[in-house]
Design a protein. Structure first.
Length: 250
């Protein structure tokens, strides 16, 4: 029951706001400004009943997952490199912080000049994920228990044993936090890139066209699809990571 209370509250607030718009805006107020939740649900069901909808969803999903995977791999490699080499940290850390601070729209427009529009969402998602993964894993590496590291040296652990038995268990909470946070960033930045660069089949392109033709219920429906996909993927990722941790615990 407690799980249903927050969404029920916000759906109720949405319904009240849409009712207020309906009462105070003449003409097509709800269609152009804030449709009712039931109207958005009907639009989502209508779109979901068509084959192109699922093709578009799968195309965007593939781009986001590819970008997130690329960002995770690069972030992890850079975290290891900057941990092992103080010089690498001095050189790379400012650049990664600049990536984190730069507006995503600037990156989208720059990358669009350098590569094809279908690749832009992948690159943008990777760029937004990379700093999150790097920062979390770097913190985890720095905060690895020095007593465990000393024990590993006393027992003459190999490098692989040090990584597998000491570093990886210590890094796991930081990695879990990084990837779950990065999932939302990957979706937001990837769809934003699709809105600006308009790939052939993309949720962002549908959002743009819905806004252009004032199909506001469809705009809300596509946005709801992004939110649902992001939450489902985040939950699936959490479950997989926890299952992997449990399976490797012995």
């Amino acid at each position: 029951m407690s799980l249903l209370l927050p969404p029920a509250f916000w759906l109720g607030a949405w319904q009240l706001c849409a009712f207020w718009v309906d009462r105070h805006v003449q003409g097509r107020g709800n269609e152009l400004l804030l449709p009712y939740p039931a109207t958005v649900l009907a639009a989502l069901v209508r779109l979901g009943g068509t084959a192109p909808f699922w093709g578009i969803v799968l195309a965007s999903l593939g781009r986001i997952v590819a970008g997130m995977a690329l960002g995770i791999v690069l972030g992890a490699l850079l975290a290891a490199l900057t941990y092992l080499s103080p010089w690498a940290h001095r050189i790379l850390a400012p650049a990664i912080r600049v990536i984190r601070a730069t507006p995503v729209a600037s990156f989208i427009l720059l990358v669009l000049l350098w590569t094809g529009r279908d690749r832009v969402p992948v690159i943008i998602a990777a760029l937004m994920v990379l700093p999150v993964v790097w920062e979390n894993l770097s913190r985890g590496l720095r905060e690895t228990d020095p007593q465990l590291l000393e024990m590993g040296r006393l027992y003459r652990f190999t490098r692989w044993q040090m990584v597998r038995l000491i570093y990886l268990p210590s890094l796991w909470p930081y990695f879990l936090s990084a990837v779950t946070t990065a999932m939302g960033l990957a979706w937001k930045s990837g769809v934003a890139a699709e809105v600006l660069c308009l790939p052939g089949r993309a949720i962002g392109a549908q959002v743009y066209h819905a806004k252009l033709y004032l199909e506001i219920p469809d705009l809300f429906a596509w946005t709801a699809a992004v939110v649902i996909l992001s939450l489902l993927l985040e939950g699936l990722l959490r479950a997989l990571l926890r299952a992997g941790k449990g399976g490797s615990a012995p």
